[in-house]
Design a binder for this molecule. Structure first.
Ligand code: ADP
Ligand code: MG
Length: 269
């Protein structure tokens, strides 16, 4: 779905490159988390995935299209939807269903087709019953789900979310993460950018960014076993993984898993 080769990007006037030769491969249908501390280059990388930025050097290819091809930018953007951190900046209409309809309306999609897309998209994010509600009265989590519905109405195959839960309370966060899991099950390619390790655990694969480079990539289990790389990248293990590491035990991703490992050992002793 997304391939970058030696992708390098330098902001105008900046003294150092924000991305330094990033090569990665995200498969169709994969659920990937890009994890890194502030300033590690995550947002810059994400913006390349839908041609908001194009490489200073190297390449970014999305579904076979080189994002540097200006005539194909529209195709790239309709195939890769972006969701950003602040839900309030993404709401454009005062009524939920109008908000979701906004982008396809601007593209001249016929009204019956728009109706169908809006209903489907609101169903997928669990917000259908709010179709006629005022957008600004929704909670942060609900607003983010409406923003996701707005992206779905464009019928992309990949959704890139840049810290979509950073401004949400725990409940809103959970509702957005549940939505992402259900989108993944429906076959969408999901890329979530986060600096929250716990959140990254949901993904099939984690790519760790540090100083504009990929520090490592692997399943959550593989990544959490390499504490020294994580520390160097300025990241902390999720508490449960840290506890197991301190006890010299194998990696556990959830409290239940840790409890099962410890209990089993307790029985043996
Ligand atoms: P992250 O999303 O991981 O916090 P960013 O991709 O936003 O990191 O930033 C990577 C680097 O690029 C940082 O050093 C940041 O200061 C720099 N940077 C980001 N946006 C700009 C910009 N618009 N102009 C100049 N430098 C920028
Ligand atoms: Mg960022």
């Amino acid at each position: 779905m997304i391939i970058t080769e030696n992708l390098t990007y330098k902001y105008e006037g900046a003294s150092v490159e924000a991305l330094k030769g990033v090569s990665l491969h995200i498969k169709k249908g994969e659920f990937v988390a890009i994890l890194g501390h502030n300033g590690s280059g995550k947002s810059t990388l994400a913006k390349h995935f839908n041609a908001l930025l194009t490489p200073t050097d190297g390449k970014c290819v999305v579904d076979g299209i080189d994002t540097a091809e200006e005539s194909r930018v529209f195709d790239v953007r309709s195939n890769v939807g972006m969701v950003f951190q602040n839900p309030d900046n993404q709401i454009v209409s005062s009524v939920v269903e109008e908000d979701v309809a906004f982008a396809p309306e601007n593209l001249g999609v016929p009204p019956e087709e728009i109706r169908r897309r809006v209903d489907d998209a609101l169903d997928v994010v669990g917000m259908r019953e709010y179709a006629k509600h005022a957008s600004h009265l929704l909670s942060g989590g609900q607003k983010q789900r409406v923003a996701i519905a707005g992206v779905l109405a464009m019928q992309p195959s990949c959704i890139v979310l840049d810290e979509p839960t950073a401004m949400l309370d725990p409940r809103g966060r959970k509702s957005v993460l549940n939505t992402l899991e259900s989108l993944h099950k429906r076959g969408f390619t999901i890329v979530i950018i986060t600096h929250n390790m716990h959140e990254a655990t949901l993904a099939e694969r984690i790519i760790i960014m540090n100083s504009g480079e990929i520090a490592m990539s692997g399943t959550p289990r593989e990544v959490y076993a390499r504490t020294e790389v994580l520390t160097r990248a300025g990241l902390e293990l999720p508490q449960i993984a840290q506890l197991m590491s301190n006890l010299g035990k194998q990696v556990a991703l959830t409290v239940d898993e840790a409890a099962a490992i410890l209990q089993k050992e307790g029985c043996r002793a």
